[in-house]
Ligand binder design. Structure first.
Ligand code: TLP
Length: 373
């Protein structure tokens, strides 16, 4: 379908905000559990998971380990906790962690890498959020006793604030091999690794096999209400269980949540391709609006980050005015830089299972109405 024609036909609420369901493109974290998940939650067999006695959590952990081709997995309440635990296990206080400047672990995790692990970030600004070994190598600390040593490289796939960009597997393999050759472990913030896998047409096990630890989220595009997982070797996961308890993440009858997680893991990855197509559709429409900068060809997963600086409106204002049309999109400026200065006017649209093509058409039409032609 011609997206422009579709936009022109798209209908908007005559009286904004009244009785029309919101089109919530703020994040894929807003997805609600499916009826099948709710039934499974109600019927879940449970026990006390701090004693290792919750059969549903145990099943979820075994299944996640199997899917990722690893020895073990741990169910954690959030992606932030999963990253925090992995970073703690792979570093020593006083070390540096190399990551991209837009990384979630640096910008949105309340400085837990410093608070819990005693590390500092060594940032790299990379085109589209995709690091290479060549760039990383230049930031590895010299082996001199009075310099803080590089303790970890942390990658994010997909790279959220860079517009859901995807690492080519040859690049991540190369980064892992090269870092390991220097004795540096590599963590993957794979909150949206299933989106990357779908975009690449490869299994998650294949694209994550060389990382020392992998965190992925059940509660984003996969639709579970709560929960993330850390996967790795048996000894890493045994130690991860201790750190999870230290953080207050020991959950008791968590099988209620794991039951939804199992469905997220088994059934939901197949729906992600549709979210990706909707994001591309949104990006193509946004690219035609004067003042909005976005390259639709770069949109390969479910995230669209566009620069709205030339629309005459700040991103925060556009976000606020979209509310009049019941369209929700977050202003996300300030995590990346251009020539060392924080980028400011960025708006993010995230597609997911609770927004269909018609909703995306309505969202686009709302942006068109607000931006001068
Ligand atoms: N991301 C959220 C916000 O915190 C920005 C979002 O709406 O995208 N890693 C990545 C790459 C993430 O995008 C997120 C959440 C996390 C980790 C943390 O997951 P939670 O929210 O479960 O702690």
């Amino acid at each position: 379908m011609n997206p422009v024609a579709a936009n022109e036909e798209a209908s908007l609420p005559a009286s904004p905000g009244h009785g029309i369901a919101a089109i919530d493109l703020r994040s894929d974290t807003v997805t609600r559990p499916t009826p099948e998940m709710r039934r499974a939650m109600a019927e879940a067999e449970v026990g006390d998971d701090v004693y290792g006695e919750d059969p549903t959590v145990n099943r979820l952990e075994q299944r996640a380990a199997q899917i990722f081709g690893r020895e073990a997995a741990l169910f954690v309440p959030s992606g932030t906790m999963g990253n925090t635990i992995a970073i703690k296990l792979l570093t020593q206080p006083g070390q540096e962690i190399i990551c991209e400047e837009r990384a979630h672990i640096y910008n949105y995790e309340m400085a837990m890498l410093a608070r819990f692990s005693g590390c500092v970030p060594r940032l790299i600004a990379a085109p589209d959020g995709i690091l290479t070994w060549e760039e990383i190598r230049k930031r590895v600390a010299p082996k001199i006793y009075y310099r803080a040593q590089t303790g970890l490289v942390s990658l994010e796939n997909t790279s959220n604030m860079a517009g859901g960009s995807v690492y080519p597997p040859e690049l991540t393999d190369d980064i892992c091999d090269s870092a390991h050759a220097l004795g540096i472990p590599v963590h993957l913030d794979g909150a949206r690794i299933f989106n990357a896998a779908v975009a690449l047409g490869k299994p998650v096990a294949e694209i994550t096999r060389k990382f020392d630890s992998v965190m992925f989220c059940l509660s984003k595009g996969l639709g579970a209400p709560v929960g993330s997982m850390v996967v790795g070797s048996r000894s890493l996961i045994d130690r991860a269980r201790v750190e999870r308890k230290a953080l207050g993440g020991g959950m008791r009858q968590a099988g209620i949540l794991a039951a939804a997680g199992l469905i997220a893991l088994e059934k939901m990855p197949s729906g992600l391709a549709e979210d990706h197509a909707n994001a591309r559709f949104l990006a193509e429409g946004l690219a035609r609006i004067r003042g909005i900068e976005i390259d639709p060809a770069k949109v390969r997963t479910n995230i669209v980050v566009c620069d709205v600086g030339n629309t005459g409106m700040a991103a925060a204002e556009l976000s606020r005015r979209l509310l009049e049309f019941n369209v929700l999109a977050n202003e996300v400026g300030g995590v990346g830089t251009k020539a060392g200065i924080r980028t400011a006017e960025e708006l993010r649209f995230v597609t997911h299972m609770d927004v269909d093509r018609a909703a995306c058409e309505r969202a686009l039409e709302a942006v068109r109405r607000l931006c001068p032609h």
